[in-house]
Ligand binder design. Structure first.
Ligand SMILES: Nc1ncnc2c1ncn2[C@@H]1O[C@H](COP(=O)(O)OP(=O)(O)OP(=O)(O)O)[C@@H](O)[C@H]1O
Ligand SMILES: [Mg+2]
Length: 390
């Protein structure tokens, strides 16, 4: 990653010691850490309670001064105005003014970035649609459910079209559908060339979206790397095939027994994640038009958010995935089917959530048909979150 990407955040020997009233050291929250965050990656900052995540984030945002070490964001001090203009932040706790409506909230934050009234209105409309809150634009945010508050917080963090987004627990308080949508949103933002730093205790969410993680404990970095590097078990193999008939199964098991000279092995069916199963059940229920009380959903990325993902970058993304795999597991021979599956997933990720107006193979062929389908997709997406945001 470091070979061809430029660092957006660079920390060397970064430390933060909190002192008490008499200036005696009270807590060494961050203890001499070095790390870099590269352009266009989604990075997870993980660690148990009190491990220094929020302190690190606050130093990156220029809200806290480091006690020692150097920290640069976009090559400048985190406190520089130019730096702040390129950063969007979703804090862990709700900080919204409860008497402002959704639209007033976005307008307020837009004004802090000196956006014109017209720009604020246009961006607010797009953002509310993107996070599925268009229907609640005139409701006070103080009345919002946890999930709705998270969504308006995300919209607020994007009002200035930031290049770097720092999201503290972005999926906290959301149900599985909401989590999935936020994760898809983060992946869409990555596709748009944004750099995203998230902190989270929900490890499965981190696993779904992060390219790389940094794990903190006691203010120190205990592990860092890509998920492939950290999670691939290189001293075991897995082959996934279509369902086999009993004769083939018996044959394979006897071959394995012969060749493994007594070593234990497992032969079973793959299991889907509970999240995947849950989402399937819900989408099936939706398809059968089961009535649920709900409101409107989103999913369409705001047009104004800078699009700087070139076809070359998409290709790089795909090949980088494979590179990581090769680097991480030199001893493991991967079956072509598994590679193809991974690449298909990557392509799906890169294309499935593209906004309706983006070019796809289909739009190039039959624009009218695709426009109609886009309309249909949008109304489906709107239906989708009806039961989330009551
Ligand atoms: N303003 C402060 N004054 C004194 N100590 C602080 C302050 N902020 C944080 N600390 C201490 O610094 C350490 C790291 O806290 P931090 O909030 O960075 O942890 P965290 O990893 O974000 O935890 P959590 O997962 O609970 O949010 C803790 O021991 C905490 O008590
Ligand atoms: Mg914290």
């Amino acid at each position: 990653m470091s070979d061809n990407k430029k660092p957006i955040i660079s920390a060397v020997g970064l430390s933060k010691v909190f002192r008490d009233f008499w200036s005696r050291p009270k807590a060494k929250a961050v203890n001499d850490i070095d790390f870099e965050v590269y352009e266009g990656e989604v990075i997870g900052l993980l660690g148990p309670n009190g491990s220094g995540k929020s302190t690190t984030v606050k130093m990156i945002l220029g809200l806290l001064y480091p006690t020692a070490g150097t920290l640069s964001v976009f090559g400048q001090s985190p406190r520089a105005v130019e730096t702040k203009q390129q950063v969007g932040y979703l804090p862990e706790e709700s900080y919204l003014y409860k008497y402002l409506t959704a639209i007033e909230t976005l307008d307020f934050f837009g004004a802090l970035f000196n956006l014109s009234a017209e720009e604020r209105r246009s961006r607010s409309d797009q953002l509310l649609e993107m996070v599925g809150l268009s229907h609640a634009r005139r409701r006070r945010v103080g009345e919002f459910s946890k999930g709705m508050a998270r969504r308006i917080g995300l919209a607020q963090a994007m009002i200035n079209d930031p290049s770097l987004l720092i999201l503290d627990e972005p999926t906290s308080g959301l149900d599985p559908l909401g989590c999935k949508e936020v994760k898809d949103l983060i992946l869409m933002l990555k596709k748009r060339g944004k750099t995203v730093l998230i902190t989270s205790h929900l490890l499965s969410d981190v696993e779904d979206i992060c390219d790389r993680v940094i794990i903190l404990y006691g203010g120190k970095i205990r592990a860092t790397g890509t998920l492939n590097e950290l999670l691939t078990v290189t001293d075991a193999n897995r082959i996934t095939t279509p369902a086999l008939n009993p004769a083939v199964t018996d044959k394979l098991i006897s071959i394995l027994r012969e060749n493994l000279s007594g070593d234990e092995f497992t032969f079973d069916h793959p299991r889907k994640s509970l999240e995947q199963f849950f989402l399937e059940v819900i989408s099936q229920a939706k398809a059968e038009s089961i009535e649920t009380a709900g409101v409107v959903g989103g999913g369409k990325i705001a047009e104004y958010l800078t699009e700087n993902q070139t076809p070359e970058a998409i290709l790089n993304d795909l090949t980088r995935n494979t590179d990581n795999v090769t680097a991480a597991e030199p001893a493991v021979k991967r079956e072509p089917a598994e590679n193809i599956e991974e690449e298909n997933k990557a392509i799906e990720r890169l294309t499935a959530d593209a906004p309706a107006v983006e070019k796809t193979a289909e739009t190039q062929e039959k624009p009218a048909e695709i426009a109609a389908k886009a309309e249909e997709d949008l109304s489906k997406a709107n239906e989708k979150l009806k039961d989330l945001l009551s």
